[in-house]
Design a protein around this ligand. Sequence first.
Ligand code: ADP
Ligand code: MG
Length: 305
Amino acid sequence: MPSEFDIIRKHFSRPARRALLGVGDDAALLRPAAGAALVVSTDLLLEGRHFARGAAPRALGHKALAVNLSDMAAMGATPRWATLALALPAADEAWLAAFAEGFYALAGRFEVDLVGGDTTRGPLAVCVTILGEVPSGLALMRGGARPGDDIWVSGELGGAALALEHPQIAAAAKRLHEPEPRVELGERLRGIAHAAIDVSDGFAQDLGHLLERSGVGALVHYALLPKVPHDDPLVQQRCVVSGGDDYELVFTAAQESRLELDHLSRQLRLPLSRVGSIQPGAAQLQLLDAQGKPIRPDPGFDHFA
Ligand code: ADP
Ligand code: MG
């Protein structure tokens, strides 16, 4: 049976490139760039709650980091370093190798260093803390939306939720198990977006958080939302409006930024859809169907329910 230290040495000790000191000491040493704010976020994934028993380890390694990278994207931050706390029921070498492979593959794409963590026996749980940087004063927050702003959504909504109902749809399954964090978009939105949030718990719920923090309302046209294709319009609507785990960005920007954002969309080869506008008044989302009738969204995902 390998020890905790064997596991760390074998699977989680790849050298760090940007850290003064990475895995192996009592703590890591990091030096953020001068003039940058340090941006920190944590996500905890539990078996049976956030992923199914028997989930593929490579995809899990990817997703554990991806959900944290998505939080960096939503802040307009550049991710730099991560720590990984793992509780494992057993030291399964094949499982660990595949998990580390998924984690490091995504970390490598964004030049993120794994600089520390903790490893213990227990019910399967994965907790990643991500650290990033953003030039001071340029972080994107939930509270900056202003009446008259356009509301934009990246990519496509509903794929991850559709995969829960139809696991055989390959593109949807990929969205659920190996989401693509919109890091580059977040960085490019600095100085353009007034407010941003990532869609982890459902479009309506997450936009609702942004509205609350900003103290504004929103008018959104369902017809304009970028939708996962599906032949049952009711299932499609539920997935698009209330489905979680898509990790797209929802952001607001001045109308003067439309041309710039269309250009950015082409540059990044990432659809950016303008779906509505920020309204003065109470923090409420008015979602209208093609006939102009209100749609009542289901509540999105509640981790405490
Ligand atoms: P401590 O006893 O100080 O908590 P540990 O023995 O738990 O230290 O960890 C030894 C080193 O390995 C530390 O640098 C820690 O950050 C790192 N580490 C532990 N688990 C992981 C992991 N799952 N991924 C990356 N680094 C880890
Ligand atoms: Mg420890």
